[in-house]
Design a protein around this ligand. Sequence first.
Ligand SMILES: [Zn+2]
Length: 296
Amino acid sequence: MLNALTIDLEDWGQSVLDPRLPVTDHVIVNVDRLLDFLKHHGVQATFFALGKVCEQFPQILPAVAECGHEIASHGYGHLRVDRLTPAEFTEDLQRSVDIIESQTGRRPVGYRAPQFSITQDCMWAGPILSEHGFRYSSSIFPIHGLRYGIGGWPRFPGFWPTCRLIEFPVTTLRMFGLNLPVLGGGYTRLMPAAVQAHAIRRANETHEPALLYMHPYELVPDEVDSFRRDGFKVSWPRHVTQALWRSRVAPRLSRLLRQFRFAPVCKVLAVSPPKRMAAPDELAVEMGPAACLAGA
Ligand SMILES: [Zn+2]
């Protein structure tokens, strides 16, 4: 069973502290390190690229695409969708599409909202994505979260009720009648490693692909401290929630990449299309970059 590995290509300070902050060159070093890590494991992923990062450092996307990874959109400015109007969202989205297309020669077909911020308050976003040629989104966390999530949303890939967009949520673990977030980001640091493998295995046992997300900076144990040293203000609560046990991420991810099979989202959806999809071949042709579908 193929599972989806996804990366939000962004810079820690600008994306976590404040979207008005400048993008730093940490992101160049971190992406290089991540590309080496993925190459070492022989795994390709989907990179949800932030337009603002790619605009400032135009060498990054071609290098990522060169390695055969799928390039998708993470919007332009890392603005929460549920705080935008439909017009503002469309503008941010289009700006990211233009940058990705100009740097890679391909229009992205996948989108992830910053901070999984497609919530009940902005369900207009799905049809807008569909109208702009997007085939899938990975923007809704199917949990009752404080900052994000739609509790009753299906846990595995399926079509939006209002358009032909596929939603492929980050995989959760169903326990005690709740969907628990366990895979990716801070959850990879804070949850027991065995729980993450268990969540992927449980999904695959029901013939559903799992999806894991992470960021380039998560492979760097002292990333938060280095921003502090550079003069960025990081409160102690944020330092604890963002930096605790970060050295665990690389070894844990290595173990998961050896234990399970991972691929870019486009390839996973081509192999395991959601119900009601006409034909996997048709999906493959429409969705995938050639390199991604050519057997990577
Ligand atoms: Zn992000």
